[in-house]
Ligand binder design. Structure first.
Ligand SMILES: *[C@@H]1O[C@H](CO)[C@@H](O)[C@H](O)[C@H]1NC(C)=O
Ligand SMILES: *[C@@H]1O[C@H](CO)[C@@H](O)[C@H](O)[C@H]1NC(C)=O
Ligand SMILES: *[C@@H]1O[C@H](CO)[C@@H](O)[C@H](O)[C@H]1NC(C)=O
Ligand SMILES: [Zn+2]
Length: 263
């Protein structure tokens, strides 16, 4: 019974990619920082989780943009109705959505096969296709770990690796004062730009770091933009239409099983 449902979802997927108007990108395959002056890109990993909407709304209210690198199955399942709603909310507000792999897998683990690596990226492409109608152009490798094999798989899927040049350490045990000090250093050094790592999954990040950083950087005259904006690139390889939620996809192995049926 569920096989035809899933097949129809997959068969419908190519329509999402068939929209014209794609701009060829000339983006380095690994991005370490912003290029545009006076711009700061704040990036939030490991969601979607319960703070996505709050962070998204804080940036929107400040006429600013943020970037979220998401997992399919990490702190929450990306297909939970509440998470889908929040992801669509942030996307519609103009914030950038990128991949962080399905399961927050270290892609350089030496027991990972090429098929497993592709599956980690494919499942996020499928999720974003269903929820948002987009195909991501950027992937942040979990733990910042990548090698030539990882870059080869990413390249074949049209995705650039998004690293960072500034780390708040918000998920590494830094307290709020220390993380705020990281923002202070960027602002006080009058750096031309910064590509900053945060995590959506930290309550103190949502409640304290985000308001602090927005206020600090805007008062210093920086513009808070998406990662794509700060390097003059497109955030997505393709933009189409989201699918209606019908077959209740879950974070189980179901998608993978379906793929096997199709292949
Ligand atoms: C919001 O940002 C846009 C783009 O930078 C700018 O054109 C607009 O004036 C800003 N609006 C407000 C209310 O600050
Ligand atoms: C690879 O090895 C690690 C550590 O031994 C293990 O946790 C992980 O599940 C393995 N991954 C795969 C895909 O077999
Ligand atoms: C925050 O962490 C720093 C570095 O470990 C420490 O020196 C400082 O006392 C801490 N501040 C608070 C408020 O806990
Ligand atoms: Zn992560």
């Amino acid at each position: 019974m569920f096989i035809p449902i899933i097949l129809s979802a997959l068969v419908a997927a190519p329509a999402v990619w068939s929209h014209p108007g794609l701009t060829p990108r000339a983006v380095p395959q690994v991005v370490y920082g912003c290029q545009n002056a006076n711009q700061i890109a704040m990036t939030f990993d490991d969601g979607p989780y319960i703070y996505l909407r709050q962070i998204s709304d804080a940036f929107t209210a400040a006429n600013a943009s943020a970037t979220f690198f998401m997992n399919g199955n990490n702190w929450a399942c990306v297909y939970d109705p509440a998470r889908v709603s929040d992801v669509q909310h942030a996307f519609k507000a103009g914030h950038m959505i990128g991949s962080h792999t399905w399961g927050h897998t270290d892609l350089t683990a030496n027991n990972l096969t090429s098929d497993q690596m592709n599956d980690q990226l494919y499942r996020m492409e499928l999720a974003f296709s269903r929820m948002l109608g987009v195909k991501p152009a950027f992937m942040r490798p979990p733990y910042g770990n990548y090698n030539d094999d990882v870059l080869s798989v990413m390249s074949s899927r049209g995705q650039s690796a998004a690293m960072w040049d500034t780390d708040t350490g918000d998920a590494d045990g830094n307290n709020v004062t220390t993380s705020e000090g990281v923002y202070d250093q960027v602002a006080n050094a009058n750096l031309p730009n910064a590509l900053i790592l945060e995590h959506e999954t930290e309550k103190t990040t949502a409640e304290q770091l985000v308001p602090y950083a927005i206020n600090l950087f805007q008062s210093k005259g920086y513009k808070l933009v998406t990662l794509a904006d700060c390097i003059g690139a497109q955030p997505y390889q393709a933009v189409g239409v989201a699918q209606q939620r019908d077959a209740s996809p879950t974070s189980s192995a179901r998608d993978f099983i379906m793929l096997i049926f199709v292949l």
